[in-house]
Design a protein around this ligand. Structure first.
Ligand SMILES: CC(C)(COP(=O)(O)OP(=O)(O)OC[C@H]1O[C@@H](n2cnc3c(N)ncnc32)[C@H](O)[C@@H]1OP(=O)(O)O)[C@@H](O)C(=O)NCCC(=O)NCCS
Length: 221
């Protein structure tokens, strides 16, 4: 039996100061028109190239061709360590703004709308139809300039189906966000959250895992 509720090493606990909205930054501080893209030409072409690759070469693949999808993600600048799992029906907006660690998983129809950087730490699961949203707009400005923020999903986190994670959110290690839940706030480690807005409902216990390592044999009570 291992310590229960002890966060594995390495993943940032939610920052206590500021909160997600304080992490927003303008994609292009000089954006002067509502319908003028804030993205540099190089990135626009990169996104177009990735869109074609994702639609034509990744989406039609069977689940077991995960290595093939990781190959293309790496080629487009995704930072990959170990063997994460990317479902063929998932949608990734910008591979070069994505970090995937060993044994993290992106479920079917989940969209990583990573206008800012998104990090999926080791062993976290993002279940199907989740929307990870890394961008918004400055609604006080009629130009609606694009604002982006980075999102971090900690080790051993479980995100339930159809959840929504808003820009700048940091999810502490081992936290759970229930199905259909929405969070615009950081989540504390090893805590289960549910609802819209997501509220803590209980602490999470994990009996059969060595913190920071892989799953081990179940321990009899
Ligand atoms: C969040 C979750 C893990 C909590 O499970 P649990 O610990 O068994 O919690 P309980 O069912 O005892 O519910 C506790 C309370 O939270 C509420 N609740 C649970 N899940 C909720 C959710 N997703 N949204 C809103 N409220 C939720 C319950 O209604 C209950 O409220 P009450 O105390 O007023 O009666 C679970 O409900 C969930 O959402 N799992 C994810 C399922 C999923 O996404 N599967 C797809 C991938 S395989």
């Amino acid at each position: 039996m291992t310590d229960q509720g002890t966060p594995p090493t390495g993943t940032p606990a939610p920052a206590s100061k500021g909160g997600p909205s304080s992490r927003l930054r303008f994609k292009n501080p000089n954006q002067s028109e509502r319908f003028r893209s804030p993205w540099p030409l190089r990135e626009k072409f990169g996104m177009l190239g990735w869109l074609i690759v994702e639609r034509c070469l990744c989406r039609p693949t069977p689940k077991f061709l995960n290595g093939w999808r990781l190959f293309w993600l790496r080629l487009f600048g995704c930072k990959i360590s170990g063997t994460p799992f990317v479902h063929p029906a998932s949608i990734i907006k910008i591979p070069w703004q994505l970090t995937l660690e060993d044994q993290c998983a992106i479920g079917a129809y989940t969209e990583i709308y990573n206008l800012g950087h998104v990090t999926l730490k080791r062993g976290c699961t993002v279940a199907q139809y989740t929307y990870v949203c890394g961008g918004t707009h400055d609604l006080s400005d009629p130009v609606l300039p694009l604002q982006v923020a980075d999102i971090v999903i900690g080790e051993e986190v479980f995100i339930g189906a159809k959840a929504i994670i808003l820009p700048g959110v940091i999810i502490g290690d081992g936290a759970v966000l229930g199905a259909g839940s929405v969070t615009s706030k950081d989540l504390e480690p090893w805590t289960i959250y549910a609802g819209n807005p997501a509220r803590p409902i209980k602490k999470r216990k994990m009996d059969h895992v060595t913190p920071g390592s892989r799953r081990v044999a179940a321990v009899q009570p």
